[in-house]
Design a protein around this ligand. Structure first.
Ligand SMILES: NC(=O)c1ccc[n+]([C@@H]2O[C@H](COP(=O)([O-])OP(=O)(O)OC[C@H]3O[C@@H](n4cnc5c(N)ncnc54)[C@H](OP(=O)(O)O)[C@@H]3O)[C@@H](O)[C@H]2O)c1
Length: 219
């Protein structure tokens, strides 16, 4: 690791596993740890503290992204706004606060999270607003990758399939598990291995990509 790895949303699930893998290099921001990524002022203050205490991070990983399985026309205003806030607004603020410092130091890695299937040209009837917002995450990543590539900063997306952890969505995972060609649910270790590579020097020539990790579910 070339410096701190900042995991925004790393309190549980995939983010917590990434933080555990990074060990002392990890810095974790969550609401329960006092940093709300939907609050620009709170993020700015947290980033100033991090910079002062540990320097500019080498890598930024954003793992926030609530999931709701509701048909499109049954999605209520509050549910819609919460989904947008969780999946996009927290990302908007995080990128704006953190990425300029990576560009300034002319090196860095950004890893974002979408979901398997978002990149396909097809209906996503299980959770239409969630998948639409995750498609926006992939598009944002590509645009950002182009914007910061010359500064030595790469931006990539991981799109998990059914990843089992204590807070994951058990009902939909149990329902879809028989359709996974590899024959099992994913584990956080399946994701961590890819993050480790994306946050390493070895991935320096890879940017603007979306990596699906779903055991073949989208095949
Ligand atoms: N698990 C899967 O099977 C799966 C499948 C496809 C895609 N994904 C995507 O992969 C990513 C990680 O998923 P996950 O299941 O590991 O997530 P998760 O279990 O829902 O964990 C989300 C984390 O984000 C933090 N968080 C939420 N809102 C926040 C805010 N406003 N500010 C700061 N922290 C906030 C939460 O802590 P606090 O509540 O303390 O803030 C928590 O630590 C998500 O983007 C998800 O959509 C997951």
């Amino acid at each position: 690791m070339n410096g701190p790895i900042l995991i925004v949303g790393g309190g549980q699930g995939i983010g917590a596993a990434i933080a555990a893998d990074a060990g002392p290099a990890a810095a974790v921001w969550t609401r329960s740890r006092g940093v709300d990524a939907g609050d620009r002022a709170a993020l700015t203050a947290a980033f100033a503290r991090l910079r002062a205490e540990r320097g500019v991070p080498w890598a930024l990983v954003h793992t926030i992204g609530d999931f709701v399985e509701t048909p499109l026309l049954q999605t209520g205003v509050e549910q819609y706004e919460a989904l947008v806030h969780s999946n996009l607004t927290t990302l908007f603020h995080t990128l704006a606060v953190v990425v300029p410092a990576l560009v300034e130091q002319r090196r860095g890695r950004v890893v974002l999270f979408a979901a398997a299937g978002t990149d396909r040209q097809r209906a996503m009837q299980r959770a239409p607003w969630y998948f639409a917002l995750k498609a926006a995450v992939v598009q944002v990543a590509r645009s950002l990758a182009g914007e910061v590539a010359a500064a030595g900063v790469t931006v990539n997306v991981i799109s998990p399939g059914l990843i089992e952890h204590p807070h994951s969505h058990r009902d939909s995972q149990a329902r879809l598990r028989p359709r996974v060609p590899i024959g099992r649910l994913g584990t956080v270790a399946d994701i961590v291995a890819l993050v480790r590579w994306l946050a390493s020097d070895a991935s320096a020539y890879v940017t603007g990509e979306n990596f699906t990790v779903d055991g073949g579910l989208q095949l």
